[in-house]
Design a protein around this ligand. Structure first.
Ligand code: R1P
Length: 294
């Protein structure tokens, strides 16, 4: 097997991976991703101990233990462009032998849990609630740069393209489901679930209008009126589809938990988002440490 060139698998002088600035031994097999680097501290403050604190750019990592479980929390910054970097470099840390620059025969499976924020488009989902993304629709295009499309939910993709009456000038949506096992870990009467739309921006791509007119004027209504096998689109954000897509392609498990800070249907925004995020962090950590299978 040929080894990966130094322009492809880029390592820093200390042997760490290029953007994340981490060595293979720095990461746990259970990884929490958050958007905001400040949120890394909000998660790791609940750890019993922190052994690794490293960072570069927007990618801050803490690894430690909570109730004997080794956990890594890493910030991704905003968007699926960063998710491409974070997922590829985490996978390289787990599944590429750095000295020989070769992919290992025996692969590790990481468990990836996103703890993020999001806006719902459904009036019945209140702000400050929690929502688990059962599937994610990517309108950002990231997954189209990877050949294997066997893990995509083609039936939902087709139904959505028809529903949106999407023409040739629109991006082809990719749909990927969350990991069924990880989903079970976080099922709760207190957690809504639904289909999450991931897009490449916060304003126009999520139908927010400040000064610029949108290309699709009724985008939010069109998303809200879509249903597939009894499921509806519940929320919009900027990372989940990329995480689900790349995790599936690389053989990792992923689930996305959202603190709902905005309700786009009722035009409300949380006045105490920090408290909601903190409650979601505590919920996720409690479920993680009490489930021996994760
Ligand atoms: C936009 O404000 C950001 O918040 C949401 C979106 O996905 C986007 O990253 O998630 P995070 O709070 O996890 O960053």
């Amino acid at each position: 097997m040929s080894s990966l060139g130094s322009s492809e698998l880029i390592l820093n002088p200390d042997g760490s991976i290029y953007h994340l600035n981490l060595l293979p031994e720095d990461i746990a097999e259970t990884i929490i991703t958050v958007g905001d680097p400040e949120r890394v501290h909000e998660v790791s403050k609940y750890f019993d101990s922190i052994e690794i604190r490293k960072g570069k750019r927007e990618f801050l990592t803490h690894t430690g233990h909570l109730s004997r479980k080794r956990l890594t929390v890493i910030s991704t910054g905003i968007g699926t462009d960063n998710i491409d970097i974070v997922l590829n470099e985490l996978d390289a840390l787990a599944n590429i032998d750095f000295p020989s620059r070769q992919v290992k025969n025996k692969k590790k499976q990481l468990g990836i849990i996103r703890i993020g924020t999001s806006g719902t488009i459904r009036p019945e989902i209140p702000i400050d609630s929690f929502l688990m993304s059962t599937s994610a629709i990517g309108l950002d295009g990231l997954l189209h740069f990877y050949e294997d499309s066997s893990h995509r939910n083609r039936a939902m993709e087709k139904a959505l393209i028809k529903h949106l009456d999407w023409g040739g000038h629109h991006i082809v949506p990719y749909v990927v489901d969350s990991d069924a096992h990880l989903r079970k870990v976080f099922v709760s009467p207190d957690v809504y679930s639904g289909i999450t739309v991931t897009n490449s921006g916060f304003y126009g791509p999520q139908g927010r209008i400040l000064r610029l007119a949108p290309k699709v004027s009724d985008f939010q209504d069109k998303l809200a009126s879509f249903s597939f096998e009894g499921q509806q689109i519940t929320n919009l954000e900027m990372e989940t589809a990329g995480i689900y897509g790349l995790a599936k392609l690389m053989g990792h498990k992923a689930v996305s938990l959202n603190a709902i800070l905005a309700n786009r249907a009722t035009a409300e925004f949380s006045t105490d988002g920090g408290k909601t995020i903190d409650s979601l962090i505590k919920f996720a950590l409690e479920r993680l440490v009490n489930d021996p299978s994760v």
